[in-house]
Design a protein around this ligand. Structure first.
Ligand SMILES: [Zn+2]
Length: 380
């Protein structure tokens, strides 16, 4: 095992209501010819405010569209655009995929890169890695870069205007951070930043967890009313900055490995990253033999947040043993983060834990007067 600890972080993190107006002034120090990557929906939300800020900063607005996933082809296409346009900084705007593609392209083209998430839907924006998927959204690989983004900027008014389901997903992703970071610290594994967890990484993961238990439900109320409140600001920071530093420098474990396995099951397509990660979190708690009180509290809380914690809610059943076996095999391949758990893990154990969460979550929900799970049907 390695004996060094690593903390990785973006050079600057900017968060606040209408922060998008200041994107130009923050980018000005990074380059002179930015390339903006945003799909049509995101662009419609940001174009006028962003353009005003760019004009004030003396920067030209050049934007390219984006598809659904950060695929190898989409990354290569952006590299060509950077080179042909002579751009010196690339900015990914929108959900995790546009940001992941921009980071990967910026690295390959040798220019700087910035992340501008328009929802607090995952903790990808701050990290020095991208997740690459197939055209159908199946996990292919993590790509690691020697640098984090030079800038991460998140406008909380945009977060407030985004669908609540995006924030719910970000909460699921961020709750996993502490569950995985503490498991990595207990074991001998390495964090994504390339060394043992730093105390800072582990502490930020725990801080993210504490903030979410306190603020997640009122933050969701705020998003449903499309307003920015202190609770929403706190959850945006927990989902984006704290969870981002916490996972990268604190360590991933079973929850994300199981998420990666789930992406191969067509029944789960269309679910958000954080929704699938939450299934991984409950499954990890079961695998670890976590205290019953803790598992039950997590099921109650995540049900109230609106996250899935049963197979039913991700389109699977306890009888889908072929699919569950495939998920478990993918989650336990050599090199997956599940092996950061402080004990050996086999695919058999993962199948058993996945089957176990169905009855466990149903019982806990019933005991607390919470609704029964609703079957998820993947749309196309
Ligand atoms: Zn994640």
């Amino acid at each position: 095992m390695t004996s060094v600890s690593v903390l990785a972080s973006p050079s600057r993190y900017v968060q606040g209501k209408n922060a998008i107006a200041e994107l130009g002034s923050h980018l000005k120090g990074l380059g002179t010819t930015p390339l903006l990557v945003a799909d049509d929906i995101v662009w419609g939300l940001v174009e006028s405010t962003l353009t005003e800020g760019f004009t004030t900063a003396g920067l030209a607005v050049t934007r390219v569209g984006f598809g659904r996933f950060a695929t190898p082809a989409s990354v290569d296409g952006l590299v060509d655009t950077i080179r042909s346009g002579g751009h010196d900084v690339i900015v990914g705007l929108g959900g995790g995929s546009a940001i992941d593609a921009a980071k990967a392209a910026g690295h390959l083209a040798g220019v700087r890169w910035a992340s501008v998430p328009t929802a607090a839907s995952s903790d990808a924006p701050t990290s020095a890695l991208s997740v690459i998927y197939t055209e159908d959204g199946e996990f292919i690989e993590y790509r690691f870069f020697p640098r984090n983004p030079d800038l991460v900027l998140i406008d909380t008014q945009l977060v407030a205007g985004a669908p609540a389901r995006f924030l719910i997903g970000g909460i699921g992703d961020a709750l996993a951070t502490w569950i995985e970071a503490r498991a990595t610290r207990r074991g001998t594994g390495t964090a994504m930043a390339g060394g043992r967890p730093t105390l800072a990484g582990t502490a930020l993961a725990e801080l993210s967890w504490d903030i979410l238990w306190e603020n997640a439900l009122p933050a969701l109320d705020a998003v449903r009313a499309k307003v920015v409140t202190p609770a929403l600001e706190a959850v945006v920071e927990a989902n984006t900055l704290l969870s981002g530093l916490g996972f990268e420098s604190g360590g991933l474990a079973a929850a994300h490995a199981i998420h990666n396995g789930l992406t191969a099951a067509p029944q789960t397509h269309g679910l958000t990253h954080g929704e699938k990660v939450n299934i991984g979190s409950v499954t990890q708690l079961v695998l670890e033999g976590a205290p019953t009180d803790e598992i039950e509290a997590f099921i109650v809380f995540t049900t109230k947040v609106g996250l899935p914690n049963t197979l039913t809610e991700i389109g699977l059943t306890t009888g889908d043993l072929t699919e569950l076996r495939a998920v478990a095999e993918a989650a336990t391949v050599e090199g997956e983060t599940i092996h950061n758990l402080p004990f050996p893990v086999t695919a058999d154990q993962v199948v058993d834990a996945l089957v176990a969460i169905e009855g466990l979550s149903r019982r806990v929900r019933a005991e607390h007067g919470l609704p029964e799970p609703v079957k998820y049907v993947a749309g196309h």
